[in-house]
Design a protein around this ligand. Structure first.
Ligand SMILES: Cc1cc2nc3c(=O)[nH]c(=O)nc-3n(C[C@H](O)[C@H](O)[C@H](O)COP(=O)(O)OP(=O)(O)OC[C@H]3O[C@@H](n4cnc5c(N)ncnc54)[C@H](O)[C@@H]3O)c2cc1C
Length: 519
């Protein structure tokens, strides 16, 4: 009978199949030759002690025990070319996984995406980085694959439903992601690997009779007697269907404005906002692994930190080990930061959003915008950053200790943010109370992570697209909009997801609810 074992080994043993077999053979008192195969079921790093250990859950097959390599397969999709049509607006994780699920359920998705296909997007990213030109339909947030495409592809989620999470991870593996994502405690895919996976998802949707339209921006939702009839695109074309999944992400301000103008019920939602901090990866490794050199068997160290400062949560968000800070504006006249890493996380710098939780009362100065108050608050900060940094895609920047001491930095070393930096007093970007919390918070962070509070760390502002500033409320059981029949607000933009995995799960759920409603 194959044996499951929980164990702690050195990083060297965990990284080497032969050493691991040898170690296990001693544990279970058999000769290494007797071990036919070892499968790793879970892997995590325990860096609490100076001697770092790797936690493994393994299953050991001895010779003669039935062992079969399992290949993760795609579900059986049906041809849906002449099935009932469902409009899916947005080809981010929510929209793409909704489309796949619709096909599995025998419905035909028509995916409508304002941006370009995943390859075409690259040219526009270059234009932001090199020429400071922001294309409002094709950028780090908009285009095939959504905001998650040029990301770190971190796949951990707070979702408690393991079954749902595993299903999404297995689908990603079936579409070409490494099987390691099923095993790692903190899986990630990497910016260089995501585009091919997304392209394969799109090809599968088309192969089974779905449609995917790029460069097609939805400018109106047709509603009659509080029921969806279809959408209108920027060219005035109409696409009709009475079921619509709206998965347009947290940055589709024109969609929030459209819903507000049409008096389709939406509400302001708190989100978090702050800066993106960049340290050398070597420094983060030395803090997290308590060593001068992390060696060849440990990955670039991540960090995660939460503090209560003046009654508010201040925490690290979307930390990218060995990564790069990206210009994530979706309109000209604003500056927005976020981060990504390649699959090997092999860049010299580590960056992380450091954000403060906002409350609805913070949006009071923008109360006249009603449900869009949070969005306008967010916009005002992004626009202020743009003005402060010289009205290009350069980002306001400050050394960390200088920021805590209210001192403009004499110089800013080159950071990973390609469009460049402008030295400013960062406090000017934010309302006073937020700057104050950030200043105090960095001092607290420095106490928890010795070495973190350093003038070699550079802050970039703002990190402002952490989640949607608007919720599009829906019935918790049917997932249909509270007021408009046939409208399924979905994913991060609707306020029901935060991250790639939870957005994908939400996409699947909306598709399932549509199939249920059509029964
Ligand atoms: C640089 C960066 C790094 C990130 N890193 C990670 C990470 O490592 N791990 C993680 O879990 N999350 C990460 N995120 C967040 C993650 O990408 C989002 O949580 C996730 O993509 C949300 O999925 P979604 O499908 O709900 O929305 P989105 O991915 O935002 O997709 C919405 C789509 O709708 C389209 N759209 C918008 N308006 C219209 C319209 N009017 N007509 C037609 N189409 C429209 C957009 O072009 C877009 O493609 C990162 C985000 C960024 C920007």
């Amino acid at each position: 009978m194959p044996r499951e074992l929980l164990l702690q080994v050195t990083p060297e043993i965990a990284a080497n199949e032969l050493l691991l077999k040898d170690y296990l053979s001693k544990q279970i008192k058999v000769s290494p030759k007797e071990i036919q195969h070892v499968s790793i079921l879970k892997r995590s790093i325990d860096a609490r002690q100076k001697a770092i250990k790797i936690n493994l859950k393994v299953i050991i097959y001895l010779k003669g025990e039935a062992f079969q390599e399992t290949k993760i397969e795609l579900p059986i999709y049906k041809d849906v070319s002449s099935a009932q049509e469902v409009i899916v607006v947005g080809a981010g994780p929510a929209g793409l996984f909704a489309a796949l699920q619709l096909i599995e359920l025998g419905l035909k998705p028509i995916v409508i995406e304002r941006g370009k296909d995943v390859r075409g997007r690259r040219r526009d990213l270059k234009a932001i980085n090199r020429e400071h030109i922001v294309n409002e339909d094709s950028n780090y947030c908009f285009g095939e694959g959504g905001a998650g495409t040029y990301s770190d592809g971190k796949l951990y989620t707070r979702s408690k439903k393991r079954g749902d999470v595993t299903r999404i991870l297995e689908l990603l593996v079936a579409f070409g992601a490494s099987e390691d994502i099923l095993v790692e405690a903190h899986p990630h895919i990497g910016t260089n690997k995501l585009p091919k996976i997304i392209e394969d998802i799109r090809n599968k949707i088309i192969e089974f009779g779905g449609q995917v339209l790029f460069d097609t921006r939805v400018t109106d939702i047709l509603v009659k007697n509080n029921e969806v009839e279809g959408i209108v695109t920027q060219n005035g074309d109409k696409i009709l269907a009475n079921k619509l999944i709206l998965a347009t992400g947290h940055s589709a301000r024109d969609i929030f404005e459209l819903l507000d103008k049409k008096k389709i019920f939406i509400e302001a939602k708190p989100f978090a906002l702050g800066v993106r901090a960049e340290h050398s990866q070597e420094l983060i490794d030395s803090i997290q692994y308590s060593c001068d050199y992390r060696g060849e068997h440990l990955p670039p160290a991540p960090y995660s930190i939460v503090k209560q400062v003046n009654g508010r949560g201040m925490y690290s968000f979307c930390m990218c080990p060995g990564g790069v800070i990206a210009p994530c504006a979706t309109s000209p006249g604003e500056v927005v930061t976020n981060g990504w890493s390649p699959s090997k996380r092999d860049q010299a710098t580590a960056n992380s959003g450091i954000v403060i939780e906002l409350k609805l009362e913070d949006f009071k100065p923008f109360a006249k915008f009603g449900a869009l108050a949070g969005m306008e608050f967010q916009k005002s900060i992004e626009q202020k950053a743009w003005h402060l940094a010289g009205e290009t895609q350069k980002v306001p920047a400050q050394r960390m200790i200088d920021f805590t001491q209210n001192k403009v930095s004499a110089d800013i070393p080159k950071t990973s943010y390609v469009p460049g930096t402008t030295s400013v007093e960062m406090g000017q970007v934010f309302p006073g109370f937020l700057s104050q919390i950030l200043r105090e918070g960095f001092k607290e962070f420095g106490k928890s992570m010795r070495g973190y509070l350093t003038n070699e760390a550079i802050l970039h502002a703002p990190e402002s697209r952490t989640s949607s500033p608007v919720r599009i409320p829906r019935d918790p059981l049917t997932l249909e909009h509270l007021q408009i029949k046939g409208l399924y607000p979905c994913g991060e933009g609707a306020g029901y997801a935060g991250g790639i995995i939870s957005a994908a799960i939400d996409g699947e759920k909306c598709a399932l609810m549509i199939a249920e409603a059509l029964k």
